[in-house]
Ligand binder design. Structure first.
Ligand SMILES: [Ca+2]
Ligand SMILES: [Ca+2]
Ligand SMILES: [Ca+2]
Length: 181
């Protein structure tokens, strides 16, 4: 499917707000091309690629244009069929830093890492502990004023030092990931 056809299809879907079951049927017939550059949103639980999503490895990524606290950001990502991003490798970290720069250079965005359960024990949103990879900014995490339990990333020239623990109730952009495997 060409990009133009894809755009027209999306417009058709969004224009048709009347018949939910018809929309669902239309979407059921769509095959998602895993190699397609871009990404998807979920409409009625079905994956739908749009230009807002970026592809890296077997995942698709989306940086929100609006800002929410960490918990609402997590819910937002789950509503889209994924979760806050889990950064598993140096390559993924570098990719995220590049995306932040290209989309919102001054942006701070939540990632799926927190020490909400146990202070100082960093866990990803899938419950796995932060292992050998940690791309903290210098002197972070510092749990400033004993109040910082959620992790944001912001664009840095050194892509391997971009994380900061911050106050979870603050509104920030967020990075969602959907793993297709
Ligand atoms: Ca990941
Ligand atoms: Ca903390
Ligand atoms: Ca901090």
């Amino acid at each position: 499917m060409s990009t133009i056809e894809q755009v027209e299809l999306n417009e058709d879907i969004y224009a048709n707000n009347g018949d939910e079951s018809q929309r669902r049927d239309d979407l059921d017939e769509e095959q998602v091309d895993p190699d397609l550059q871009g990404g998807f949103t979920t409409q009625n639980g079905k994956d739908k690629f749009t230009s807002d999503w970026k592809s890296f490895g077997s995942s698709r990524y989306y940086i929100s244009s609006d800002e929410r606290n960490w918990a609402d950001s997590k819910q937002h990502c789950m509503d889209l069929g994924g979760d806050l991003v889990i950064i598993d490798s140096q390559e993924e970290q570098e990719f995220i830093n590049t995306q932040i720069k290209s989309i919102y250079a001054e942006t701070r965005a939540w990632i799926g890492l927190s020490d909400l359960e146990t202070e100082g024990v960093w866990k990803w949103v899938d419950g796995k502990p932060l292992s050998k990879f940690g791309f903290w900014m210098q002197d972070e995490p510092n749990d400033d004023k004993g109040a910082e339990d959620c992790v944001e990333t912001l664009y840095q020239y050194n892509p391997l030092k971009t994380w900061n623990d911050a106050i979870c109730s603050m509104d920030k952009h967020c990075i969602c990931e959907i793993n297709l495997t």
